[in-house]
Ligand binder design. Structure first.
Ligand code: BES
Ligand code: MN
Ligand code: ZN
Length: 483
C-alpha cells in the first residue's frame, strides 16, 4: 500500500473516495470546500448523517469535483474530539471503504488540523483497522486499498510523523501475524526464525539452544520445555543505537500453553496460541526501532518454549533451580510464564540494564480484572511506571498500576524451596508479579500483564478480531520519549 501526502484541495484530488472526517452538527465542515461539495454536505448533514462517533456514510460526489465518492466519517461532538476518537474514526472509515471495494483513497486533513490533532493519527487508525489474517484461507479477497493520500500542505513534521506511523503500524501487523499463526507453525524455532529475519548491520540476533541454556543453569525456564518435543529457543536481539546502558525488553514466548501436567480445560484452549503475544510485541518493537534507527541501546529477550504435558514434563511438587540460584517448587505447571521469565530477568541482569520491562500474557486474573480495557502494570521504579502510564494515555494502550505490597511476598514464599510458583488463584495477578520481582531485585523493572488485551474476541474500531498487537505502540511511544 502507498501512503503519501499531496498539496491539493478537496475538489482536485482524483480518487475513488475522499474521506471527510466531520464532527457532529451543521457547521462542522470547512468553508474552503468547493461550492458543490458544500451544497451536498448541507443537504446530507443532520438529515442523513449526524457525525456521531464512528458513523460512516458513502455518497456519490458532485459531478464537478475530482473525487468519485465522498465518505463522511463522524468524529462525535466537536469539543470532545481526542486522538483516540480520530484513530477510531480512521479505523471505521478504512474498513468501510475496503468493504465497498474502494482502491484509491484521499483523506481531507482540514477538520483534524483545525482541532489540533495530527492527521497521521487518522491514518494510523485506518491502517490498523484494515489488517486481516488470511494466510490459511483459500479464498482470495481482492478488496484491498491500494493507496491513501493525505491532502495537506507539505511539512517536515508531517513527513516525519507519517514515517513513524508507517513503521509502527507495520510492526503491529508483524506482531499480529506472529500471534495469529497457529502453534503448529509458530513453534519456538519459527519464532527464532522470525527474529533472525530482522537481522541487519545494526541488529544482532543470537539464539541459545537447549545445551547453552542448560550450561547457563536456567532450570526454571527449562522445566517448562521438558514436556514438549519442540526444542526451546532463548532468543536475544541487540540493537545498539546509543552508547548508554541498555533498556531490556523481555516478552513471554510460550508458543502454546496447554497448562502442562496441570492441564487446562479443553474449552477455549485453542486460544492459548496467543501466549507468545509478549514476545511477538517485543519483536515488533525491535523491528520499528531498527527501521527508524532510533537512538537507544535495546536488548530484547524471548525465552521461547511450548508448555505441554509430555512424558518428561515437569510435575507439580518438582523443585528446580533458576539461574540466580533460587529454588522454586512447582505448584502448578500452568504457572509456566513466570518460570520462563524468572530466568530471562536473571539473565538480563548481566547487561547491567538501566531498566527491564517484561510484557506477558501472564494471568487469567488480569483478564478477569480488566477485560480488554487495560494492561496491568506492576514494578519497582516510580519513574518507569509513570513514563509507561503517559505512553499508555498517548497510544490508548492504557496501563493500570496494581500494588506490589510487601505482603505479597508471603504468597510466593516456598515451604520446601525458596519460592513456590503460585500462591493460588486469589491475588494471582499481583503475586505473579511479586514472583518476578524476586528476580529483578534492584534493577529498575516493570511488568506488564497483557492477558486481557492481547486478544480481542469482538472487533473494535481499529482492532479486528484476533491478535491486537498490544504493547507495540505503547513501548515504542515510551522509547521515543526516553531521555
Ligand atoms: N497463559 C496463562 C494466562 C492466560 C490465561 C493468558 C487466559 C490469557 C488468557 C498462564 O500461563 C496461566 O495459565 N496462568 C494461570 C496461573 C495460575 C495457575 C496461578 C492462571 O492465571 O490461571
Ligand atoms: Mn499457563
Ligand atoms: Zn501461559
Amino acid at each position: 500500500m502507498n501512503i503519501h501526502t499531496k498539496n491539493l484541495n478537496e475538489g482536485e484530488a482524483a480518487c475513488d473516495a475522499l474521506v471527510l472526517p466531520l464532527p457532529e452538527g451543521k457547521a462542522g465542515y470547512d468553508e474552503s470546500f468547493p461550492p458543490s461539495l458544500k451544497r451536498l454536505l448541507k443537504r446530507v448533514i443532520s438529515r442523513d448523517f449526524r457525525g456521531k462517533l464512528n458513523e460512516v456514510m458513502l455518497v456519490p460526489a458532485p459531478d464537478d469535483i475530482a473525487p468519485e465518492r465522498i465518505l463522511l466519517a463522524g468524529l462525535g461532538k466537536k469539543n470532545e474530539i481526542t486522538p483516540e476518537r480520530v484513530r477510531q474514526a480512521g479505523g471505521k472509515s478504512a474498513a468501510a471503504l475496503k468493504n465497498a471495494g474502494m482502491k484509491r483513497i484521499c483523506v481531507s486533513s482540514r477538520v483534524l488540523s483545525a482541532s489540533g490533532i495530527s492527521p497521521t493519527v487518522f491514518i494510523e487508525g485506518s491502517l490498523l483497522g484494515i489488517y486481516t489474517f488470511r494466510k490459511y484461507l483459500h479464498e482470495k479477497d481482492n478488496r484491498e486499498i491500494d493507496s491513501i493520500t493525505l491532502l495537506s500542505a507539505p511539512s517536515e513534521e508531517l513527513q516525519k510523523s507519517l514515517r513513524w506511523t508507517k513503521a509502527v503500524v507495520s510492526s503491529v501487523s508483524f506482531a499480529r501475524d506472529l500471534i495469529n499463526t497457529p502453534s503448529n507453525d509458530m513453534t519456538p524455532s519459527h519464532l527464532a526464525r522470525a527474529a533472525i529475519s530482522l537481522k541487519s548491520s545494526t541488529l544482532v540476533v543470537k539464539v541459545l539452544e537447549k545445551k547453552d541454556i542448560m550450561k547457563l543453569g536456567m532450570g526454571s525456564y527449562l522445566s517448562v520445555a521438558r514436556g514438549s518435543h519442540e526444542p526451546p529457543k532463548f532468543i536475544i536481539l541487540e540493537y545498539k543505537g546509543a552508547k548508554a546502558s541498555p533498556l531490556v525488553l523481555i516478552g513471554k514466548s510460550v508458543t502454546f500453553d496447554s497448562g502442562g501436567i496441570s492441564l487446562k480445560p479443553s474449552e477455549g484452549m485453542e486460544k492459548m496460541k496467543y501466549d507468545m503475544a509478549g514476545g511477538a510485541a517485543v519483536l515488533g518493537i525491535v523491528k520499528a526501532v531498527s527501521e527508524l534507527k532510533m537512538p537507544v541501546h535495546l536488548i530484547a529477550i524471548l525465552p521461547a518454549t511450548e508448555n505441554l504435558p509430555g512424558g518428561a514434563a515437569a510435575k507439580p511438587g518438582d523443585i528446580v533451580r533458576a539461574m540466580n540460584g533460587k529454588t522454586i517448587e512447582i505448584i502448578s505447571t500452568d504457572a509456566e510464564g513466570r518460570m520462563t521469565l524468572a530466568d530471562a530477568i536473571a539473565f538480563a541482569g548481566r547487561y547491567k540494564p538501566k531498566a527491564i520491562i517484561d510484557i506477558a500474557t501472564l494471568t487469567g486474573a488480569c483478564s478477569i480484572a480488566f477485560g480488554n480495557g487495560a494492561i496491568a502494570m506492576m514494578g519497582n521504579n516510580r519513574e518507569l511506571i509513570d513514563a509507561l502510564k503517559k505512553a499508555g494515555e498517548e497510544t490508548h494502550e492504557r496501563v493500570w498500576e496494581m500494588p506490589l505490597f510487601d505482603e505479597y511476598k508471603e504468597f510466593v514464599k516456598g515451604d520446601v524451596a525458596d519460592l513456590k510458583n503460585t500462591g493460588g488463584k486469589n491475588g494471582s495477578l499481583i503475586s505473579s508479579a511479586y514472583f518476578l520481582y524476586e528476580f529483578a531485585e534492584n534493577t529498575p523493572w516493570v511488568h506488564l500483564d497483557i492477558a486481557g488485551t492481547a486478544w480481542v474476541d469482538k472487533e473494535k474500531p481499529y482492532t479486528p478480531k484476533g491478535a491486537s498487537g498490544v504493547g507495540v505502540r505503547l513501548i515504542l511511544n515510551f522509547i521515543k520519549e526516553l531521555k
